[in-house]
Design a protein around this ligand. Structure first.
Ligand code: AMP
Length: 306
C-alpha cells in the first residue's frame, strides 16, 4: 500500500492509473479505523481496480465545543488495518492541502429540507463541513465510485444528493452498518466509552430493534412505533441500572426526504442520537419486512433475547 501525504504526489500516482483506465474507488474516513470502515474497503476492493482510502479529521465539521482535538488518531494502527483489507493508496493530507486558503473559505451549503431534522439542528455547521471536504476529496481523486456507511444515514443521503445535483459523475454506494455482536454500531467514538457507558450505549440499538420488531409484526403508525422505542429505551436503563444517556432524538423519517412520517413503510428509517458520557452516538435501521436475505433481520431477535 502506497501512503501519500500531499495532493501533488497523489495526483501523480492517480494520473498513471487513469491512463490505464482503471476503475477507482474512494473510501473517505477520519481514521480510528474499525471493521465498519473495513467493510467499506473490502466492498470497494471487490468492485474496483484501485482502492483509495483517505484519513483526514476535518476541522470544519466540528463545532468548537466538539471533540476535534481528542478525536481518536492512530495512523500506525490504521495503516496496518488498511493494508490487511487490501487498500492500494492511503491519502493522509495536511490541513493546508485541503484548505490552502484557510478554514473560513468556500462551503457547500446543504439543502435545508435535508438538514432541518435528525442531526441537523444539534450540529448546525456539521453537514456543510462534511459536504465541503467530501467534494474536495472527490475533485482531487476523481473516483468512479465512493463508499459511505449507512450508520451515518443523513450524511450518506446528503452526499448522494450533492453528487446528483452538482452533476459530479460519481456513483455513491451505501454499505450496511457493521455492529458488535450485542447490536452496538461500530464507531470510532466507542473508544470514549468506559464499561458503564458501553452498557448504556446498547440502549440505542435496543430501541431501534424494538421499533423494527413491531414494524415486522405489522404496526405502521409512527407514533405507536416511537412509543415502543421510547419504552425499550427506558426499560434498558431500568433493567440494567446503568446511567441514562441524554437522548437527542428518536425519529421515524422518510429515507429520501428525511422528513418525519406518520405511517411507516419500507421507505422509512428509524434513527436515534444520544450523548453517552463524552461520546455522541448515532444509529439507524431501515424498516424492512422480515426476509431471510437481509442479514440485519436476524439482529432484533438476537439482541432482544437476554
Ligand atoms: P468516519 O471515519 O466515522 O467519518 O466514517 C467513515 C465512513 O465509514 C463513513 O462513510 C461512515 O458512515 C462509515 N462507517 C462508520 N461506522 C460504520 C459502521 N459501523 N458500519 C459501516 N460503515 C461505517
Amino acid at each position: 500500500m502506497q501512503v501519500v501525504t500531499d495532493s501533488s504526489a497523489l495526483k501523480e500516482s492517480l494520473s498513471e492509473l487513469s491512463d490505464k483506465n482503471y476503475r477507482i474507488g474512494l473510501v473517505p474516513t477520519m481514521g480510528g479505523l474499525h471493521a465498519g470502515h473495513g467493510s467499506l474497503v473490502t466492498t470497494a476492493r471487490s468492485a474496483c481496480d484501485v482502492v483509495v482510502v483517505s484519513i483526514f479529521v476535518n476541522p470544519i465539521q466540528f463545532a468548537p465545543s466538539e471533540d476535534f482535538a481528542s478525536y481518536p488518531r492512530d495512523l500506525l494502527g490504521d495503516r496496518q488495518k488498511l493494508a490487511s483489507w487490501g487498500a492500494d493508496i492511503l491519502f493522509v493530507p495536511e490541513e493546508s492541502d485541503l484548505y490552502p486558503d484557510g478554514l473560513s473559505g468556500m462551503r457547500v451549503q446543504p439543502p435545508a429540507q435535508l438538514t432541518s431534522g435528525l442531526c441537523g439542528p444539534g450540529r448546525p455547521q456539521h453537514f456543510a463541513g462534511v459536504l465541503t471536504v467530501v467534494l474536495k476529496l472527490l475533485n482531487l481523486i476523481r473516483p468512479h465510485v465512493a463508499y459511505f456507511g449507512q450508520k451515518d444515514f443523513q450524511q450518506w443521503r446528503l452526499i448522494q444528493q450533492m453528487a446528483t445535483e452538482l452533476l459530479l459523475g460519481v456513483t455513491i454506494v451505501r454499505c450496511p452498518t457493521v455492529r458488535e455482536p450485542d447490536g452496538l454500531a461500530l464507531s470510532s467514538r466507542n473508544a470514549y466509552l468506559d464499561s458503564r457507558e458501553r452498557l448504556a450505549a446498547r440502549g440505542l440499538s435496543r430501541s431501534l430493534a424494538t421499533i423494527l420488531e413491531h414494524y415486522q409484526k405489522g404496526e405502521r403508525a409512527a407514533a405507536i412505533l416511537l412509543e415502543r422505542g421510547h419504552c425499550a429505551w427506558d426499560d434498558w436503563f431500568a433493567k440494567n441500572a446503568c446511567l441514562i444517556p441524554q437522548l437527542e432524538y428518536l425519529s421515524l423519517v422518510d429515507t429520501r426526504t428525511l422528513e418525519p412520517v406518520e405511517r411507516v413503510s419500507a421507505e422509512s428509517v428509524a434513527a436515534v442520537a444520544a450523548r453517552v458520557g463524552k461520546a455522541r452516538l448515532i444509529d439507524n435501521v431501515l424498516l424492512a419486512p422480515a426476509s431471510p436475505d437481509l442479514p440485519l433481520l436476524s439482529w432484533p431477535a438476537a439482541i432482544l433475547v437476554e
